[in-house]
Design a protein around this ligand. Structure first.
Ligand code: NAD
Length: 325
């Protein structure tokens, strides 16, 4: 409201003075003044309604019901016309990224490790009304030839490639003394080598297209703080951060932006299976008072994929409710 009054005061002054040619234009100024007053009022009312809904509370550790974010986002189509590939798009966070990209106007190829899980995800998406703008691929993500071939099939179907979401990942909880080299390597293969292979294949396509692109990697809050066991996992996410920063610098001259999203504790099936005695203290330790939802992560992806983030590269965006373990 204060800013509305300030703007209005300014316009009153402008409405009463002469235009560039020295001729007074009172009617035009007053019309402009009325327009600003009405739109500012509407914006303030809308904003207060949102705050009221959010005030509905975070007391149960979940995001408040009826948040207006979804309706507003869906009406924007902020990635309209873009073509995206999402690895690990068959379930969890990846599936939600795929669905949000589709809802907001993109064409999407989801990559999964097996054809059956990809087909299941495609059927689920069809049930939500998404059929024509989505396809599935299932290359081995550490095999450069298989990945290049699969990405080429996406370009063949949808005409181009604008966005790569490197989301596929595997976690680990093994203590140091029990690790085998194979197990450690398995985590590094999917979480790091696959990110390199997919980034290389996507960047080759984007460079040839010549009009930029957006690559988004999935890091984790443990990629900043570490974790008390399963060291391959935080090690891999530290590597993802390093790769993100380096690629951002290397690919900037092609206007390819490279960023990462670093989720905190996200409300997935795995978390739902934990007993209350584990979940409660976990939620209490999160300053924003709730776990993240998969679409909290998808929202960050959506923004970084869109042209709204056109001047953002080399960012590692924490989406963790301010968790600091
Ligand atoms: P998830 O296990 O539910 O999904 C992982 C996805 O990766 C699945 O689609 C799976 O098919 C795919 N995948 C697994 N192995 C693969 C392989 N060998 N080849 C191809 N695809 C394979 O996990 P999620 O919780 O949705 O995690 C998604 C990303 O978010 C991961 O990179 C993870 O490290 C990261 N992350 C998750 C959390 C969390 O709390 N859930 C927190 C921080 C970071």
């Amino acid at each position: 409201m204060t800013s509305m009054l300030r703007t209005s005061g300014c316009l009153v002054r402008r409405a009463c003075v002469a235009d560039v040619d020295g001729r007074p234009k009172p009617a035009e100024g007053i019309r402009l003044l009325l327009f600003v007053l009405v739109t500012s009022l509407l914006r303030d009312v809308w904003h207060s309604a949102d705050i009221a809904k959010l005030d509905g509370g975070i007391s149960n550790g979940m995001r408040p019901e009826g948040c207006m974010l979804d309706e507003r986002k869906a009406s924007m189509g902020i990635v309209e016309g873009k073509v995206a590939i999402v690895t690990g798009g068959t379930r969890g966070i990846g599936y939600t990224i795929v669905r949000e990209l589709l809802k907001n106007g993109a064409k999407v190829a989801l990559a999964g490790s097996r054809k059956e899980t990809v087909d299941d995800a495609l059927s689920k998406l069809a049930g939500e009304g998404f059929t024509d703008d989505v396809m599935g691929i299932s290359p081995s993500l550490t095999d450069p030839d298989a990945v290049s071939e699969a990405f080429a099939s996406v370009v063949e179907r949808f005409g181009r490639l604008d966005v790569l979401c490197n989301n596929a990942g595997v976690s680990s909880r093994t203590p140091l003394v029990d690790y085998t080299v194979d197990e450690f390597q398995k985590v590094m293969d999917l979480n790091v080598t696959a990110v390199f292979v997919c980034t290389q294949a996507a960047a080759r396509i984007m460079i040839e297209q010549g009009d930029g692109g957006s690559i988004i990697n999935t890091s984790s809050m443990v990629g900043k703080y570490g974790q008390p066991s399963g060291s391959a996992y935080p090690t891999s996410k530290f590597a993802v951060n390093g790769f993100t920063l380096s690629m951002a610098r290397e690919l900037a001259r092609h206007r390819i932006r490279v960023n990462a999203v670093a989720p905190g504790v996200i409300h997935t099936d795995m978390v739902d299976a934990l007993p209350d005695s584990v979940i409660k203290p976990l939620i209490e330790s999160i300053p924003l008072g709730r776990m993240g939802e998969p679409d909290d992560i998808a929202n960050a992806y959506l923004f970084l994929a869109s042209d709204m983030a056109d001047y953002i590269s080399g960012a590692i965006v924490p989406v963790d409710g301010l968790s600091r373990p």
